[in-house]
Design a protein around this ligand. Structure first.
Ligand code: SAH
Length: 491
């Protein structure tokens, strides 16, 4: 299995910088042992004008089988011989992708301590894979790489060069060229798409493969037109994992869309401080209502679930009654902005000990969320598809089980009062639903009933006699009976 990565350069920006980026010196040939054999890195050419790094993986077919990871396609029992006599040693495949991530892990992460400015710089790149198993043929290869900014040359490889009449093999020779991509992006594309084209993973696909896929896919997979095919093939068509990955990609997408919404709220908050006679923005009224309800509940340790860019976390930090504050969001980008807003890196030790931001999805139970006094879901539930709401209910009310849960959501009846909102439109493109007061209260009562909570409702914002308030808030309190039984159990 073999691939080469080439770049061109000038005297000021020598092509041999590739060696720094890959963390492998162009003058040396190096060998690394991997779980599937030996990976060699060498440079067939290395000058200021042109530099090529080659990765060669010598697969140990016997070790592969002994490790129980060399199952032939489908793993049929009569494929015993095929386990030893197969294309593994020659074709670029998932094993090459594994070797790539092992040997070039810093490059894949875009790290380069020697020359920190290099990884972010797009390079003229040419990647060649002489024998790539491509299920789906040349067309699929183009469909996968072209949307990512590659110029793709793909040639079928004949089954046998001496007998052209036998037709093409399932291999292609692939050349990718681009001037727009960074090396880290290129490696992450290969890491995901080589196994996708091979479509037969040779190691056990465990659930951490979802994390690996999302990490390598960051910045490109959520918007790729073939996202579904990539995800399902990468995860060896294990549907439960594929669905989990698709859901998380969906959340990444909508969380990114949310950033704009949260940004608008932010401006509103800034305006509020310098104009006295303007009405208080709804986002501020909502935050005040939440703070008041948290005070009444006596909570000290609080979860802000779907914390977005951290405005509520910031308000909570200013109030010493809150001793521990945890912001949770699925969007890494939102959390990065939140951490900047809170100046987490410059915070004193005592203050820093009170606050934590963690990435997580509320559609999955999460042991890190257990044992808090209160949880806030401010303008979050409407961002989940309705069929996913029971999963959130189970994660929050069934598993995390704080004594108090505050949920706010738009009251759709009020939408007719928004002057700028066309009839029948929801307030934000990413709202999956907006509820009437009756719908929200119906849901909240059922949740309270199922999980041993009492629930009360508070209007937020100016209450209209006909259509009610713009925001509705439910305060769930764990019923005394439930609390007592829990405490008895703990005793
Ligand atoms: N609570 C904030 C932000 C609301 S926007 C406020 O009141 O201003 C909705 C937030 O929920 C976004 O930041 C989005 O990333 C997050 N979110 C949506 N679905 C989520 C899920 N399943 N798990 C965790 N966070 C989610």
């Amino acid at each position: 299995m073999f691939l080469t990565i080439s770049t061109t350069g000038t005297a000021e920006r020598p092509a041999t910088d590739l060696g720094f980026l890959l963390h492998k010196h162009p003058d040396n040939a190096q060998a690394f042992s991997t779980s599937y054999g030996t990976a060699h890195v060498l440079y067939p050419e290395a000058s200021a004008e042109r530099c090529t790094a080659a990765l060669l993986l010598e697969v140990d077919a016997v070790a592969l089988v002994r490790r129980g990871k060399g199952k032939g396609r489908g793993g049929a029992p009569d494929a015993a011989l095929a386990q030893y006599v197969n294309d593994r040693p020659y074709a670029a495949s998932s094993l090459l992708a594994v070797a790539l991530s092992g040997v070039f892990s810093s490059a894949m992460k875009g790290q380069c301590t020697a020359k920190p400015e290099l990884p972010a710089r797009p390079l003229p790149l040419r990647i060649e894979v002489p024998a790539l198993p491509a299920r789906g043929g040349a067309d699929l290869v183009r469909t996968l790489f072209e949307p990512l900014g590659w110029t793709v040359t793909v040639e079928p490889v004949a089954l046998d060069a001496e007998f052209p009449e036998w037709g093409d093999s399932r291999y292609v020779r692939l050349v990718l060229e681009s001037e727009r991509l960074t090396l880290a992006e290129a490696l992450r594309h290969l890491y995901v798409l080589l196994p996708v084209l091979d479509d037969a993973k040779h190691y056990w696909v465990a659930s951490d493969e979802v994390d690996k896929l999302l990490r390598a896919g960051e910045g490109w997979l959520a918007d790729h037109p073939e996202q579904k095919l990539i995800t399902s093939r990468y995860l060896s068509r294990r549907w439960s994992l594929t669905r989990a990955a698709m859901e998380r990609l969906e959340l990444v997408r909508l969380a990114e869309a949310d950033d704009s919404e949260v940004g608008e709220i932010d401006n509103a908050v800034d305006e509020e401080t310098d104009t006295e006679d303007k009405p208080v923005p709804l986002a501020v009224q909502r935050r005040d209502a939440i703070l008041a309800a948290l005070h009444t509940s006596g909570a000290g340790r609080v979860l802000d679930l779907g914390c977005g860019q951290g405005q509520l976390v910031q308000a909570l930090l200013k109030d010493t009654r809150f001793t521990e504050i945890v912001g949770v969001d699925v969007s890494m980008r939102a959390l990065t902005i939140a951490s900047r807003r809170l100046k987490l890196d410059r915070m004193g030790e005592r203050q820093a000990a009170r606050v934590k931001l963690i990435q997580g999805s509320l559609a999955y139970t999460d042991p890190r969320l257990k044992g808090y006094d209160a949880a806030v879901l401010s303008e979050v539930i409407e961002h989940l598809d309705l069929p996913r709401l029971p999963a959130l209910e189970y994660a929050v009310f069934g598993t995390a089980r704080p004594r108090t849960v505050l949920v706010t959501t738009p009251n759709v009846e009020y939408n007719v009062r928004w002057e700028t909102l066309p009839a029948g439109h929801s307030r934000h493109g990413d709202h999956r639903f907006e509820w009437t007061r009756e719908e929200f209260q119906g849901w909240a009562h059922a949740v309270a009933e199922r999980h041993g909570y009492a629930v009360e409702f508070t209007p937020v914002g100016p209450e209209d006699p006909e259509v009610g308030p713009p925001t509705q808030m439910a305060t769930f309190s764990m019923s005394t009976a439930t609390v007592t039984t829990k405490e008895e159990k703990a005793a």
